[in-house]
Ligand binder design. Structure first.
Ligand code: NAP
Length: 418
């Protein structure tokens, strides 16, 4: 009897009719994951794709090439946006919300570039946009930041936020594959973005970091505010240096709250092989959250691929059956922290002999080494200086293993008392 009463108190889960945009790697992953998952009250009514000549694994009747077939269909109450074009995706999401539909998307670039507008549109139209699949694939980080960590004072979030580059670096280190071979492998397995320079130049992890910062610190940034250094300039001499010193190289995205400001950076880093990030291999991602009271916690899972990303998208669809919405709690708490690039970090730079770098470029120069053709320099550098070096084709920048990101005022104070 008591059980019966309890049962009646549950809100019945809604039945969802889905209109899907995109049937590529993630779209097909979602299709399979949804088919294999029993008990979820959601059904795909139509799928909008672009190319009329492509062979499809489903009957042609489910496909359309006209977005309005989905966006104006009153029976469809959820739009699942899984296309690889951020501008077209934003138009789809905007119209969907205006037409009273909820949205699930995995499009990190679109979310990162338009988050303040998407936040406002959700409030205005009283509809939800969920995007767990956009940050670190299958790792449930956004809902944890929203729900579990809603009262904790998080001081940092960092980790491996890009599956393709982690796959490439793993293959280069463990199987001594060339960069081109390893990239081809990532593309064949569906981890790489349609434009792989977004991965290897560090833009993709920056988009994810921008989104994570909104849910961690309540700060809406433009992605271009964050400096991103990729892996495309890592030289054979860097790999040799890493092997000789027992380091892995990982592309690390990080954001810290220090001195009442938020700092962020995406850059490759030498990682000692006993560090927990060193064991995160292939397309796996890791997110390390540090809170004032909970201290360090780590999430590891597949950061890319058809089924892992499809499963994160499915989890968002499932959350909509019980009317879940992000509350943007940290933003609502209104701390309004400023963002700053006024900080220094410890780096190792390598470059062909005769390049323009000099020890004077460093705040603190720690040492250098000259080989036959190459030179290394290590020391503490301002982030703004790294941004300039990043534009130079032959300068490879890798953060030192013991990374110290210090706000500039703090560095000066330390020097005064040194
Ligand atoms: N791949 C991953 O591991 C992964 C992980 C996390 C997030 N994501 C994100 O998920 C999204 C999809 O990635 P994906 O790897 O699945 O891409 P994909 O394999 O290249 O597939 C893209 C799909 O979008 C369709 N499309 C492109 N422009 C369209 C438009 N204007 N209208 C309708 N359909 C359009 C394409 O149609 P056609 O089939 O006709 O070409 C294709 O079906 C991207 O935002 C990506 O950043 C991907």
């Amino acid at each position: 009897m008591a059980q019966e009463e309890n049962k009646n108190q549950h809100t019945p889960h809604k039945k969802l009719k889905l209109g899907v945009f995109g049937f590529g790697c993630v779209g097909q992953g979602l299709y399979h994951v949804l088919n294999e998952t029993h008990g979820i009250k959601a059904e795909i009514k139509k799928i909008c794709v672009k190319n009329r000549d492509k062979k499809r694994i489903l009957d042609s009747a489910i496909f359309t090439y006209d977005k309005n077939d989905i966006l104006t269909d009153n029976e469809i109450n959820v739009i699942v946006e899984l296309i690889d074009d951020a501008n077209a995706a934003f138009e789809i999401v905007k119209t969907a919300l205006q037409n009273g539909k909820h949205v699930v998307t995995a499009n990190k670039r679109m979310i990162a570039e338009h988050l303040p507008e998407i936040y406002a549109l959700q409030q205005k139209h009283n509809r939800s946009v969920l995007y767990e699949g956009s940050v670190c694939g299958s790792i449930p980080i956004l809902r944890n930041l929203e729900e579990y960590y809603d009262n904790d004072l998080i001081t940092s979030i960092e980790g491996i936020f890009n599956g393709s580059t982690n796959y490439i670096l793993t293959k280069i280190f463990e199987e001594r594959k060339s960069y081109t071979e390893a990239l081809k492998g990532a593309q064949d397995l569906g981890f790489a973005e349609s434009d792989p320079s977004l991965d290897v130049k560090g833009f993709d992890p920056k988009f994810k970091l921008t989104i994570a910062i909104a849910h961690t610190f309540g700060v809406f940034l433009k992605p271009e505010q964050v400096i991103n250094i990729g892996i495309q300039k890592i030289a054979a001499t860097d790999l040799k240096y890493a092997r000789e010193n027992n380091y892995a190289i990982k592309l690390v995205a990080r954001a810290y709250k220090k001195n009442g400001k938020v700092f962020a950076l995406v850059a490759p880093q030498f990682i000692p092989t006993d560090h927990m990030l060193a064991s995160v291999r292939n397309e796996y991602n890791a997110v390390l959250v540090e809170g004032a009271f909970a201290e360090k916690q780590v999430f590891i899972g597949k950061g890319a691929g058809s089924y892992p990303t499809g499963s994160a998208v499915l989890s968002d669809i499932s959350a909509l059956t019980y009317d879940y919405r992000y509350e943007y709690k940290k933003y609502a708490q209104g701390e309004g922290l400023p963002f700053s690039n006024e900080a220094t970090v410890d780096v190792v730079v390598s470059f062909p002999k005769g390049s323009l770098l000099s020890p004077k470029d460093f705040e603190t120069f720690k040492g250098g080494y000259q080989g036959n053709d190459y030179q290394f320099m290590t020391g503490t550098v301002k982030l703004e200086k790294l941004k300039i070096w990043n534009e130079w084709d032959d300068v490879s920048i890798i953060l030192a293993p013991e990374l110290n990101l210090n706000p500039v005022e703090e560095t000066k104070k330390e020097l005064l008392f040194a």
